[in-house]
Write a protein that binds this ligand. Structure first.
Ligand code: ADP
Ligand code: MG
Length: 445
């Protein structure tokens, strides 16, 4: 079976990817129900888990004709629980698709003990800890806001871990706004609104992430308003996270703005150098790595505004060292530690040009109202990427595309976002396009 799997993977992945990540893995156990794959080391394990588990599972299913559980371990079996960026350590084919709403998944690493407190997040940390200790009392709702990758999701899930550890039976629900919306749509379709409501309205603590995505979703706003009220009146805790304050979320109903502002709004700022270094230090400790100070300092000085990217740089460094066998110095790490571009440094023209070139259409086509399939797909992908790589608002992105409505932009973004989760080819195209956009912007500077 494994040989067949390898053959198929080889034809679907790029050669370096295949050689680095796949050929180094061995089959440890294979039964009718599951396959255990052993990665050469924990870093490869981490990467496999994050990027290739799904495609391996798909290929195995294709060959066998039915899905089986796939598990990954690393050669030095210890520590796999804490190494690895994903929340899942195994891929389980979903046998319970009818489940509505779906159970929550927490990232085991998002705990208070792994959170580094600095001047930038002191208030948010104190408030979430207070909420975890006595929910529904002081700060209700608690509204966390701050830019991408600054620890909002981490703090929210820390509340959940804390409560569930102390009171395993308590009903702590963590949900993204996207999930809430999808659950709601599914409930309406399946005529099970009642059980949707029962589910969300019986929470002891409801943690709703990325509420900014409720923008433009009238019906979700309506439903969430009632969920919120029911919980709040019953003294149950609600915590909301957003990348901006309630007032700056376009189309957010006034009554929601006023509800969200009833409790505490705690914002998280970009961490200073010292905090960034402390975060790297702590992360490295958990990965059982000792890093030279110069490397920590280098990474911390070059990755300043997003902790996810800061951590990403660290993981790339560790992986690269593990694979190349080089020693951990700033010079050796140069190939993997090019400082990233900040959002906002990418111009819309660069995106339009690259999209036009890739899809063999003209920039005028992209700005036109043509509904020809190739053009409208290219346009939607362009809108998606513009939203990802620039700080332009939805209406501004619409203008870049010849004056389209912001709802069109939102629709395109959602559509591509949904598609790329299922369509491996599309998601690879998107990441190649992203690379090209970033590269072009870097050289343009
Ligand atoms: P957000 O939800 O604000 O976009 P996340 O909570 O997903 O950001 O954080 C991004 C990454 O940075 C996560 O891996 C998280 O563990 C890490 N992180 C953020 N802030 C801290 C911190 N203060 N200490 C340790 N890790 C942090
Ligand atoms: Mg988040």
């Amino acid at each position: 079976l494994w040989t067949q799997v390898l053959e198929r993977l080889q034809s679907r992945l790029s050669r370096p990817a295949f050689e680095t990540w796949i050929t180094t893995a061995k089959v440890e156990q294979l039964t009718e129900k599951y396959l255990v794959i052993c990665a050469a080391n924990p870093f490869i394990l981490n990467h496999l888990q994050k990027n290739y588990l799904q495609i391996i599972a798909d290929v195995v299913e294709e060959i066998l004709g039915y899905p089986i559980d796939i598990q990954l371990t690393a050669a030095q079996g210890e520590n796999i629980a804490i190494i690895g960026e994903t929340e899942m350590s195994a891929y389980h084919p979903s046998t319970s698709l009818g489940d509505n709403p779906k159970p929550i998944k927490l990232n085991p690493k998002y705990t208070f003990s792994r959170f580094v407190v600095g001047p930038n997040n002191r208030l948010a940390h104190a408030a979430t800890l207070a909420v975890a200790e006595s929910p529904g009392r002081e700060f209700n709702p608690l509204f966390l806001c701050g830019g991408v990758g600054l620890g909002k999701t981490h703090l929210m899930q820390a509340i959940a871990h804390y409560r569930l550890e102390m009171y395993p039976d308590s009903k702590v629900f963590y949900v993204s706004t996207e999930q809430f919306t999808n659950d709601l749509i599914a409930a309406i379709r399946q005529d099970s609104l009642q059980s949707f409501r029962e589910h969300y309205r019986t929470a002891d603590i409801l943690l709703v992430d990325d509420i900014q995505f409720i923008e433009g979703k009238e019906y979700t706003q309506e439903e969430f308003f009632h969920t919120f009220n029911t919980l709040h009146e019953a003294g149950k805790q609600v915590v909301i996270a957003s990348d901006r304050p309630p007032k700056q979320i376009p189309t957010l109903q006034d009554r929601l703005i006023s509800r969200f502002s009833m409790g505490l709004i705690a914002d998280i700022q970009v961490p200073d150098l010292e905090t960034r270094m402390a975060i790297l230090q702590k992360k490295a400790e958990y990965e059982n790595m000792r890093l030279p100070r110069e490397v920590i300092e280098y990474i911390a000085t070059h990755y300043t505004s997003n902790i996810r990217e800061l951590e990403g740089a660290l993981i790339r460094a560790i992986t690269y060292i593990a694979i190349s066998g080089l020693s951990m110095t700033v010079e050796n790490l140069a190939p993997v530690l090019n400082p990233p571009l900040e959002r906002g440094e990418v111009s819309p023209e660069v995106i339009l040009n690259i999209i036009a070139e890739t899809f063999h259409v003209s920039v005028e086509d992209l700005k036109s109202n043509s509904r020809r399939r190739e053009i409208s797909l290219a346009r939607q992908i362009g809108m998606y990427l513009m939203r990802q790589h620039t700080e332009l608002s939805l209406p501004r992105i619409g203008e870049e595309f010849g004056g389209k409505d912001h709802t069109t932009v939102m629709y395109s973004y959602d559509k591509i976002n949904q598609l790329q989760k299922k369509d491996l080819e599309l998601s690879q195209t998107l990441s190649q396009l992203s690379d090209r956009i970033l590269l072009a912007s870097r050289t343009q500077k």
